[in-house]
Design a protein around this ligand. Structure first.
Ligand code: BGC
Length: 255
């Protein structure tokens, strides 16, 4: 198996892209650590599914917007499985609000869950990799909107732009320790974050028409890239972003 015996922390691992990542990693032999503050019952179900299939997973009562809780996730990985190999900073939310109507509360929630958690997740994982004396990998699940404006979703874009520079700067700083930092940047994916679009046929058609491949991604397609990155087959890759967007960023209406 591609990830045999590797220990991997995944934030936001009980729904959407995170859930697909957790299932794919566990299926490849990884020990997976998942937070469950948002949906405890979904995490329990997910862990049961993994264990029934012969995999290994543990849930942690952690709110990833709180650095102390992220630290607990890393500590749980080490206490339970003896080491940490990969952290996947995946948790993310968006508000679909514009610069004119985003409140301070909305802004802070997006920044705390999307960017602050990736920042401190990277820091705590890197400290653990250095303490272990092993190379390690940080994967941040970013978005095409780390580089591409999405009007009406400004706080999200700001957080993902920050994730872009987190990955580049931390990747440069940590290379000396053999630690790699890579962003995976999906476009539109069939997850709860896009439920409103999926329930609106006109909006969904507009979105599909804007994607050269003509459809949203399935979460498992993003998870496949994460498995590849974690598998040891990407050893020379760091401080950069892999876009998985069906070509949406290059799309043109041909005017
Ligand atoms: C956002 C989605 C959006 C997609 C494509 C994602 O990062 O979360 O709301 O549909 O980008 O624009």
């Amino acid at each position: 198996m591609l990830l045999d015996g590797k220990t991997i922390v995944v934030t936001g691992g009980n729904s959407g892209i995170g859930e697909a990542i957790v299932l794919a990693m566990a299926a490849e032999g990884a020990n997976v650590v998942i937070d469950y503050v948002a949906h405890p019952e979904e995490t329990t179900t997910l862990i049961d599914r993994i264990e029934a299939a012969g995999g290994h997973a543990v849930g942690v009562d952690a709110d990833v917007s709180k650095p102390a809780d992220l630290h607990t996730m890393v500590k749980t990985a080490v206490d339970t499985y003896g080491r940490l190999d990969v952290i996947i900073n995946n948790a993310g939310v968006e508000t679909r609000t514009s610069i004119l109507d985003t409140t301070e509360e909305q802004y802070e929630k997006v920044m705390d869950i999307n960017l602050k958690s990736a920042f401190f997740g990277t820091q705590f994982a890197a400290k653990q990799f250095i303490a272990q004396g092993t190379p390690g990998l940080v994967i941040n699940i970013s978005s095409v909107h780390e580089d591409w404006p999405m009007p009406g979703n400004v706080a999200y874009c700001v957080s993902k732009g920050g994730t872009r520079m987190l990955t580049r700067t931390a990747g440069v700083e940590l290379g000396v320790h053999g630690i790699r930092v890579v962003n995976v940047a999906p476009g539109a994916v069939n997850t709860p974050i896009n439920t409103a679009t999926e329930n609106d046929p006109a909006a969904l058609k507009k979105l599909d028409d804007a994607i050269p491949l003509g459809r949203m991604a399935e979460p498992s397609e993003i998870a496949d890239m994460v498995v590849f990155l974690a598998s040891g087959k990407s050893a020379y890759m760091t401080a950069t972003t892999v876009f998985m967007d069906g070509g949406i960023m290059q799309g043109s209406v041909g005017l």
